[in-house]
Write a protein that binds this ligand. Sequence first.
Ligand code: ADP
Ligand code: MG
Length: 347
Amino acid sequence: MVKRRFSSSSGIVGRDVAIDLGTANTLVYVRGEGILINEPSVVAVTNEGVPMAVGSEAKRMLGRTPAHIQAIRPLKDGVIANFDICEKMLRYFIQRVSPGRFIRPRMVICVPSGITPVEQRAVQEAAVSAGAKKPVYIIEEPMAAAIGAGLPVQEASGSMIVDIGGGTTEVAMISLGGVVTGQSIRMGGDRMDEDIIAYLKKEHSLTIGSRTAEEVKIVLGTAWSGSENRYAEVRGQDMVSGLPKTVVTSTNEIREAISEVVRSIVDAVKVTLDETPPELAADIMEAGIVLAGGGALLNGMPPRIEEETGMPVRLAPNPLHAVAIGSGQSLEEFDALEGLLFSSSYD
Ligand code: ADP
Ligand code: MG
C-alpha cells in the first residue's frame, strides 16, 4: 500500500476519512484521494494483548500462530466481538492515513444495519479513542453499498441492494434516501467456510483450516445448480492419524456444503421482496437487484437469485469496494448526503 503525504491548499486541516469496518476486510477512503487502505480485519496479539501485526500480515498468521500469539478477528459475526482489539485496529489504520497526531479527522464509519444501538455506540467510541473527531458519523451498510454501486438512492424509485459480507448479509429496498424495508442476517461468507470445514470432516475425514476452506469456496463453490461440475484436490490432515492427506472434492459437493447459508441469503432477499410495496417492486423488475460484498462473487450467485425471485440480478461494478466508495461519497458530498448519516446517539 502506497502511503501518500498529506497536502492541503487550505493549511492544516484534518483529512476526512470514511471507513468500511467489515467483518472480513477494512477499507479506508480518504476524501479527495479514494481508497488508501484495504486490509483484512485481523490483528495478531501476544497473550499480554500487545499487537504484533495488523491486516494482511496478521491474516497470514491465522491458524499458524505459536501458543503465545493469537490472530484475532475483532468483528466476528458482524458485531464487535473484541472491543479492545477493534480499537487498536482502527487506531492503526487511522494513523496510517493521518497527517499528524493532533489533528482529529472527521469520520464516517459504515456499520451493519442489524447492529444494536449499544454496538453502534461501541463503534463510535472505538473511533474516537482511535483518534476521530466527534461526532463520528454512522452510515448504514446497505445505504453505503447502494451509493457505491451507483444506484439512485435519493430518487422516488426503488433500488434493491444485497451486500454479502464475511459475517453479515444485508438486503435493503431503498427509495427517497431511506431504507423502506430490509433484512439483516448474521451470516455470510465465513459461515460458508465453516460449513466446508465441517463437510470435508464428515465426508472425507479431512481436517483443513479456514484459509484453505475459503480457497475451496472461491475455486469450487457455487450457489447455483446450473454451474459446471469441476474437481480439485484439497490438502489437509487426516482426522484420525493426523498425517497429511489429499482428497478430491467437487463443485457439487461444495455446493451442497454451503447450501444452507446460500438458502438463508436467498430467503432474506425473498422476504424483503415480499414486504416491498408494489410500486417499488415494479421498479426492481426494471432496474434489477444489485449484489455487492465479497460473497456476491461466489459463483452462480446472480443466476440463483434470478431463478428464485424472477427478477433481473447484476453485480455492482466493484463488489468488494462498493461500501467504501459509497461511504466515501458521503464525505465528498457531505452537505448533500448528510441526511443519510447518523450521529445523534453519540457526540
Ligand atoms: P465484510 O464486508 O464483512 O468485510 P467483504 O465484503 O469484504 O466482507 O467480503 C468478504 C467475504 O467474501 C469473505 O467471506 C470472502 O471469503 C468472500 N469472497 C471474496 N471473494 C470471493 C469469491 N470470489 N467467491 C466467493 N466468496 C468470496
Ligand atoms: Mg462489508
